[in-house]
Design a binder for this molecule. Structure first.
Ligand SMILES: Nc1ncnc2c1ncn2[C@@H]1O[C@H](COP(=O)(O)OP(=O)(O)OP(=O)(O)O)[C@@H](O)[C@H]1O
Ligand SMILES: [Mg+2]
Length: 399
């Protein structure tokens, strides 16, 4: 790491004697020196020797740096971070200290098999092709322009509904910063390994992978930008999915660069856009549709969630957010409409307690709406398959 001294003027005010100017020459070297004394309790080695200290920034006495933990399950992250901050704070000329926790590659613990050298006399193999996801017949992204409209709710209920048809279904939580699949599917376990790969967790006949099965509790974790894309690739290629019929991908909210990159990284059969009926949500849904069209991912359909409210006591229905907006929007953009899902208390409760509504009340109006939406989606896939048989044979591509 390049060492840049960071001199600055410190103004010291003595009451009754005016202000004096004092030159401090705090440098990265000083910080590295004190961090040399802070040890990782597991290995007994210093944070410097373990190369855990990254990105030191000095600015007029305020110090920021990152501590990289390679093992996501390392139990002393907070203690080590506090000790490092305290050590730096004790240095002369330090006004404030902020240490960020960085998780380096959380999947590094699971090393892919090392390729074998070819036997003597045999031609070396061509360079490895990008990993291919050929096992899922249909890879479907569930997305929206707007947050909180029900992507995860639709993803889990769709995945479980598809599994009920006897299909083999995977659910990939691509929301690295706010993974909700573990809560909504009621799974609180850590990922293990199988056949030298990551073993997905299984519930309600759905195989799942989420970053929530790696990180711990509510600890604030900062994923480095490029790792987000790489982690999704690993979720596709290093997971022992088996032969899937459907892989449902719960996308993070929005249509920014991160979502665009994800969309380009995944070989998607198509996308399902979730919206709610009010105009502001529809405007964002249009952006979502445009994003997928820009990267030539077919829109399999629009789902309007929270279409109308079903009162739990009377069963009466109320159009809280307006009516029919999703269908009109889908028609105007010439994309299929897959159905309306009502707003219902039991659906929210099912999300919070980890029992999707299609499991707890399969006969409820919402579950019937999910079943009908699932049928419409399957019909769309069959149609697409007929129109463009090659579509379903597209392989996983990496930029
Ligand atoms: N049809 C519904 N009826 C009742 N509650 C619902 C319904 N759909 C979603 N919810 C609730 O609304 C909240 C947001 O839903 P959800 O988390 O699925 O949205 P999201 O689009 O995935 O959000 P984010 O953008 O944060 O990922 C959750 O508490 C969920 O249980
Ligand atoms: Mg979500």
């Amino acid at each position: 790491m390049a060492v840049k001294p960071n001199s600055y003027i410190l103004k010291i005010v003595y009451p009754g004697h005016g202000a004096f100017l004092y030159m401090s020459t705090l440098s990265e070297n000083d910080i590295l020196a004190v961090l040399e004394e802070v040890r990782d309790p597991q290995s007994g080695k210093s944070l410097i020797a373990n190369k855990m200290i990254k990105d030191i920034h000095l600015n007029n006495g305020s110090v920021r740096f990152s501590i990289e933990f390679r093992d996501p399950n390392f139990p002393h992250k907070e203690t080590v971070t506090k000790s490092a901050e305290n050590a730096v704070r004790a240095l002369d000329g330090v006004a404030s200290v902020e240490a960020r926790i960085i998780m380096n590659d959380p999947l590094k613990v699971i090393q892919p098999a090392v390729p074998q050298a070819p036997p003597p006399g045999m031609q070396p193999q061509a360079p490895a092709q990008p990993p291919k996801l050929t096992k899922a017949k249909y890879t479907i992204a569930v997305a929206s322009g707007k947050g909180g409209v029900g992507k995860t709710t639709v993803s889990v209920n769709l995945a479980v509904s598809l599994a009920k048809t006897g299909a083999k279904v995977g659910l990939l939580d691509a929301d690295i910063y706010g993974p909700n699949v573990p809560i909504m599917m009621g799974v609180n376990q850590k990922l293990g390994t199988r056949n030298d790969k990551i073993a997905p967790l299984r519930k309600y006949d759905v195989d799942m992978v989420s970053v929530g099965f790696i990180s711990q509790g509510d600890a604030a974790i900062i994923w480095r930008g490029p790792l987000v894309g790489r982690m999704i690739q690993q979720f596709l290629t290093d997971v022992d999915w088996g032969d899937l019929d459907y892989l449902i991908i719960d996308m993070p909210p929005g249509t920014g660069d991160a979502q665009l990159t994800l969309t380009q990284t995944l070989a998607l059969t198509g996308s399902v856009i979730v919206c709610t009926p009010q105009e502001v949500a529809l405007a964002d849904a249009r952006k979502g549709i445009n994003m997928f069209e820009k990267v030539e991912v077919p829109i399999l359909g629009v789902v309007e969630n929270m279409s109308y409210f079903i009162a739990p006591d009377t069963g009466n229905t109320y159009d809280i957010f307006g009516q029919g907006g999703g269908k009109k929007m889908a028609d105007s953009m010439s994309v299929p409409f897959l159905g309306e899902i009502p707003l219902e208390t039991a659906t929210r409760q099912g999300g919070d307690n980890g029992t999707p509504i299609v499991v707890s009340s399969p006969e409820s109006p919402v579950s019937k709406a999910f079943a009908s939406m699932t049928e419409s989606l399957i019909a769309q896939l069959e149609q697409k398959d007929e129109k463009d048989p090659g579509l379903l044979k597209r392989v996983f591509k990496i930029k």
